[in-house]
Design a protein around this ligand. Structure first.
Ligand code: T5A
Length: 222
């Protein structure tokens, strides 16, 4: 018995947290057991690593060292949370996963992509997502949303939010390239519209991909 592993990816403020909750509710309404989790984080050890990374503690050591920190957290998250849930036949919805390392640490530059992919193979092994939803929107829009959520400057931007606009533009391109390179696994969702419309687009994608697994009745034809 093996469940489904679905990841949500995208730049800052893309709406992943908003959409992952909506998707979970729709799947639960079908009677599915859903595990909602996130990266970095998703297990007690990985949550501690998250705090350190987002506070910028890895930054002085460079992007590859940060990739190693994300990977250490991911190893534990896979072992403690993701693999056991999949083995129980549950649906794992994960807010960010290995594509974020490819995109973010890649976009920071000066990293050998082959080395990053080799690291991913070692850490992730066979536990690859069945589907990755990439929420795509202009970097400026995502950053404005993230800023508004922080109260327009009342709270400090975290380690990656505070990178410059060019970084966030490179990031968007990096996610688009991942989707182009792996169309079987990835579905690009236009996230620059109302949350309801984004939710609908995500659900269309889920139905297309998993109608049989989820026992979703086909749409009536007019
Ligand atoms: N990272 C992570 C790496 O560098 N490498 C890695 O390997 C991994 C795993 C994680 C950081 O770590 C980096 C990436 C990140 O910088 P985080 O706090 O988890 O940090 O940050 P994010 O994943 O970016 O989460 P955010 O909360 O910033 O963005 P979300 O989840 O995409 O957006 P969400 O849903 O919280 O929405 C943001 C705001 O916009 C509103 C929401 O209400 C909210 O206020 N909103 C909308 N507004 C208008 N229209 C819509 N359609 C909207 N949808 C949501």
């Amino acid at each position: 018995m093996s469940g489904l592993f679905i990841t949500l990816e995208g730049g800052e403020g893309a709406g992943k947290s908003t959409q992952i909750r909506r998707l979970a509710a729709r799947l639960e309404a079908l009677g599915q057991t859903v595990v909602l989790t996130r990266e970095p984080g998703g297990s007690p050890y990985a949550e501690r690593v998250r705090e350190a990374i987002l506070a910028g503690q890895g930054k002085p050591y460079g992007p590859f060292a940060e990739a190693l920190m994300f990977s250490a957290a991911r190893l534990d998250h896979l072992k403690q949370t993701i693999r056991p849930a999949l083995a129980r036949g549950e649906i794992v919805l994960c807010d960010r996963f290995a594509d974020s390392t490819r995109a973010y640490q890649g976009a920071l530059g000066a990293l050998n992509q082959d080395e990053l992919l080799a690291l991913e193979r070692v850490v992730v092994g066979e536990t690859r997502p069945d589907l990755t939803l990439i929420l795509d929107l202009p970097a400026e829009t995502g950053l404005a949303r993230a800023d508004a959520r922080r109260g327009g400057g009342e709270l400090k931007a975290d380690r990656f939010e505070s990178e410059n606009l060019n970084f966030h533009k490179r990031l968007r391109k990096a996610f688009q390239s991942i989707a182009q390179a792996e169309p079987e696994r990835c579905c690009i969702i236009d996230a620059d519209r109302d949350a309801e419309e984004v939710e609908f687009a995500i659900w269309e994608c889920i139905k297309q991909k998993f109608a049989q697994d989820l026992n979703i009745a086909p749409e009536p034809v007019d």
